[in-house]
Design a protein around this ligand. Structure first.
Ligand code: SAM
Ligand code: SF4
Length: 327
C-alpha cells in the first residue's frame, strides 16, 4: 500500500465518485431547468470501470469512497455498486450522498450491501419551501427516507442544507427541534457560486456567521476540530441527540486540510472542485491488466493538485453546476 500525497504534503484518503450526472430534482442552485444531457455526453462509468477505478485508488491508500451525482440512486445498479466497492480490499467506508427520493425503499438494502454512511440533502423542512427549492413535492418521501436510514443502522446519518438567504435561514430552530431525539448531524452549507447561477448567488448567498451566532446563543457548544475532521465545524448540545454543523467553503484555510479527490461519472479526475478541467482516467479503465498504469497515472496527476480554489476572487473554474461532479 502506498500513500497518495501531493506537493503540499496533503494526504488523500477520500474519493468522491459521481456515478451519474442525471437527476430528477430541479434544485434552484444546481439544475434549475432540470437535467439535460450535455451534447456528446459519454455514458456513465460501468460497474467494471468503477471496480477498476476504486481498486486503483485503494491501492494508493484511499479508504473512504462517497458515491454522489447527479442523483446516485437513479442508477439501477446502485445496491450492486455499493456491494462491490465495499468489498474492495482497503475500502473501510462507503458513503452515499442523495436527495433521499428513493431512500425509504433503498436504505436497508444499501446498508446490507455494505454502505456505512448516508448524507441526505434537505434544504427546508417546510413542504412548500422545499418544493420551491427543489422543483418537486417530495419532502414527505425524503423525510420517510431519513427515518428508514436511521432504523437501518448506518454509522452516521447526516443532513445537508444549503443556506439560502430569506428562504431557509429562519429554519434553524426547526432543524434544531428535529434533531432533539434523532441522532442526525445537520450541516448548513454556504451556497457556492457556479457558472449557471447568474444573479442567483448574489441575492441568496449568506455566510454561516449568522447561524453560528444563533447556535451559540441557544447553548450549542463547538466541538474541537481536528485536521482529519472534514470541512464542517460541528456544534453539540447536551439536551439534543443530533448535532448542528456549518460548512463555509469561502472561509480562509478551507483547502488546507483537503483530503479529497473527485472523479466524474465519465471517469474524469478533478483535482479541485473549482478547477479548470478534468483529466480522463477512462482510457485506463478498459481492462484489469491496466492496473499499474492507472495507479501511476493517478499518482502523477495528484502531484498537480492546486493549493487552493479561487472562489474568494470570484473564480469558480469551469464548474457549471455541482451535479456533474457531485459537490
Ligand atoms: N443529488 C444528490 C444530493 O442532492 O444530495 C447528490 C449530488 S448534489 C450535487 C451534492 C450536494 O451538493 C447536495 O447537498 C447539494 O445541496 C449540494 N450543492 C449543489 N450545488 C451547490 C451549490 N451551488 N452550493 C452549495 N452546495 C451545493
Ligand atoms: Fe439533483 Fe442533488 Fe443537484 Fe438537487 S443538488 S438538482 S438533488 S444533483
Amino acid at each position: 500500500m502506498f500513500d497518495l500525497v501531493d506537493q503540499y504534503q496533503r494526504k488523500f484518503s477520500y474519493l468522491r465518485l459521481s456515478v451519474t450526472d442525471r437527476c430528477g430534482f430541479k434544485c434552484v442552485y444546481c439544475l434549475p431547468n432540470g437535467y439535460v444531457a450535455p451534447p456528446g455526453k459519454e455514458p456513465d462509468l460501468s460497474s467494471d470501470e468503477i471496480r477498476r477505478l476504486v481498486t486503483a485508488f485503494a491501492t494508493l491508500g484511499v479508504s473512504k469512497v462517497r458515491l454522489t451525482g447527479g442523483e446516485p440512486t437513479i442508477r439501477r445498479d446502485i445496491v450492486e455498486l455499493v456491494h462491490l466497492i465495499s468489498r474492495i480490499p482497503g475500502i473501510k467506508k462507503t458513503a452515499l450522498t442523495t436527495n433521499g427520493s428513493r431512500l425509504k425503499e433503498l436504505a436497508r438494502p444499501l446498508h446490507q450491501a455494505g454502505l456505512t454512511a448516508v448524507n441526505v440533502s434537505i434544504d427546508s423542512l417546510d413542504r412548500k419551501r422545499f418544493s420551491e427549492i427543489t422543483g418537486t413535492d417530495r419532502l414527505e418521501a425524503v423525510l420517510a427516507g431519513v427515518e428508514s436510514a436511521l432504523s437501518a443502522g448506518f454509522e452516521t446519518v447526516k443532513v445537508n442544507a444549503v443556506l439560502l438567504r430569506d428562504w431557509n435561514d429562519h429554519e434553524v430552530a426547526h432543524f434544531i427541534e428535529w434533531v432533539r431525539d434523532r441522532p442526525i448531524s445537520v450541516r448548513f452549507i454556504e451556497l457556492m457560486r457556479t457558472g449557471n447561477q447568474g444573479d442567483f448567488f448574489n441575492y441568496r448567498h449568506l455566510t454561516a456567521g449568522k447561524i453560528q451566532l444563533e447556535l451559540l446563543k441557544s447553548g450549542w457548544i463547538q466541538n474541537v476540530k481536528h485536521t482529519t475532521d472534514g470541512p464542517a465545524v460541528v456544534y453539540r448540545h447536551p439536551q439534543y441527540q443530533g448535532t448542528m454543523g456549518l460548512i463555509a467553503p469561502y472561509s480562509r484555510d478551507f483547502c488546507k486540510g483537503c483530503n479529497r479527490l473527485r472523479v466524474s461519472s465519465t471517469g474524469g479526475l478533478r483535482l479541485c472542485l473549482f478547477g479548470e478541467k478534468d483529466e480522463s482516467l477512462r482510457p485506463y479503465l478498459t481492462d484489469d491488466s491496466q492496473h499499474d498504469e492507472l495507479v501511476a497515472r493517478i499518482q502523477t496527476l495528484v502531484m498537480a493538485k492546486p493549493i487552493s480554489h479561487h472562489l474568494h476572487e470570484g473564480n469558480y473554474g469551469n464548474t457549471w453546476n455541482l451535479a456533474g461532479i457531485g459537490g
